[in-house]
Ligand binder design. Structure first.
Ligand code: FE2
Length: 429
């Protein structure tokens, strides 16, 4: 007897199976046609995946688009300036309300773990206080990791270092940084050294905004790799964005990638944001700004797609759908081979779970019973259609249901009904 059975779904690797759940655990992944359950979800013909994971987000800024005004230049720097005004205007309650709304969106999309940076620049630390409260409230259905993020610079602001320390003392999980925004390249390198030592002392992971520019000489990822190795932090460090790598000299990159692999640094590009923020100073040709994803994967570096922003001072769109993120990443990185498209799906599920150190993740017996049922047959079809999340199960509980999308087409001599499902590639009815 199970509490819940997901019947007949197709796993990302193509296996067709039932999944039996008891309490908050996956109890069986096998043919359960003779078994009974209190609740059954029919997933025949549907993709059943471990939940989506977002390794890079800004939940303190989300759903604030247009407040106090829109980002007219579309640049990273104007976005930072706008956020600098907004973070002192927003009350703790307003920050909590916006973040909880975003978490609702995330759950409905099957996104059940999010690593969010939280700005530690203002001395009031209202954002940190608010995000810790949000983390506590959503914990029954969504796991939130928080990164202490000195948005205006660790050394560039008088209380930068003190406030990162305070945030970590309050319970923030990960050490963040922004070396390319410090006053000088030397200060940037010094900030990386200080923050990595802080992480080593406290036994915490590191996730830095690193080289988020078009400057081919912004090379803080090199320092981050060197500090990771020096301090024995291998496997605990991520570099987010790394957009300058797009513009670096090829010979230099041929030296850099093995250093990153040796340090076991993970890379978190954020394609929706990178493609709109980078290249803004270019005429034509305009650089894409996305880091070198295929080359890093070939070098054995773990790479996962991040969302970064939804409706905030940096990005005017977004839906909490990690399939949108992977879809954009696939295009900009030109990862169109079938194996690369399958990899892109993994880069919003399994790879991100590894980057975030989620040891209880995956559709194996004994693991946490969290999954998403998609109206698609395969991971590649899910990327193409970005279809309805028919059911989302979090920690054994069904937390979201959605009907299959339908629409009516009334053409003479043609089928009278069409849905996204009928745009499937033919391997299901
Ligand atoms: Fe970010």
């Amino acid at each position: 007897m199970f509490d819940l059975i997901i019947r007949g779904g197709t796993l990302p690797d193509g296996t067709v199976t039932d999944i039996g759940i008891r309490g908050d655990r996956i109890a069986a992944v096998e043919d359960l046609s003779a078994a009974e359950a209190s609740d059954v979800i029919d997933a025949v013909g549907d993709l059943v995946s471990p939940p989506f994971v977002d390794p890079h987000f800004h939940m303190d800024a989300t759903l604030s688009y247009g407040t106090p005004r829109v980002n007219a230049s579309g640049t990273l720097l104007e976005g930072i300036g706008l956020w600098g005004e907004l973070r002192d205007l927003a009350s703790t309650d307003a920050l909590i309300d916006r973040a909880l709304s975003y978490c609702d969106w995330a759950v409905s999309m099957g996104l059940l773990t999010i690593r969010s940076h939280v700005d530690t620049t203002p001395d009031h630390l209202r954002g940190v206080e608010a995000m810790l409260e949000v983390k506590r409230r959503v914990a029954p259905y969504l796991d939130l990791q928080l990164v202490a993020f000195p948005q205006d610079g660790l050394l560039r602001t008088p209380t930068g270092l003190e406030n990162v320390t305070r945030a970590l003392d309050m319970g923030v999980d990960v050490v963040g940084g922004i070396p390319h925004f410090e006053r000088t390249m030397a200060d940037g390198a010094e900030s990386v050294r200080i923050l990595c030592e802080m992480a080593a002392d406290r036994g915490l992971p590191v996730d830095m905004h690193c080289d988020e520019t078009d400057d081919p000489l912004s090379r803080h990822i090199e320092t981050l790799a060197a500090e990771t190795t020096r301090l024995g932090l291998q496997g605990r460090v991520a570099g987010s964005h790394l957009t300058s790598m797009h513009s670096m000299d090829n010979y230099y990159v041929s030296k850099l990638l093995p250093l990153m692999a040796e340090a076991q640094i993970a890379a978190i590009p954020n394609p929706l944001i990178n493609i709109v923020l980078q290249g803004r100073h270019d005429s034509y040709p305009k650089r894409r700004g996305l880091t070198r994803v295929r080359e890093m994967l070939a070098a054995g570096i773990e790479v996962g797609w991040g969302q970064d922003c939804v409706l905030d001072p940096w990005y005017s769109l977004g839906t909490a759908d990690m399939l949108d993120v992977a879809f954009m990443g696939l295009h900009v990185a030109q990862m169109t081979h079938p194996t690369e498209m399958a990899r892109c799906f993994d880069m919003v599920t399994g790879a991100n779970a590894r980057i975030l150190g989620l040891t209880d993740y995956g559709l194996q017996p004994g693991r946490l019973a969290s999954l998403v049922v998609l109206d698609a047959a395969t991971p590649t079809e899910a990327l193409r259609l970005r279809p309805a999340r028919l059911a989302v199960v979090s920690k054994g509980r069904v937390v979201s249901r959605q009907a299959r999308g339908t629409g009516e087409l009334t053409l003479p001599g043609r089928p009278s009904q069409v849905s996204r499902r009928h745009q499937a590639s033919g391997d299901k009815g």
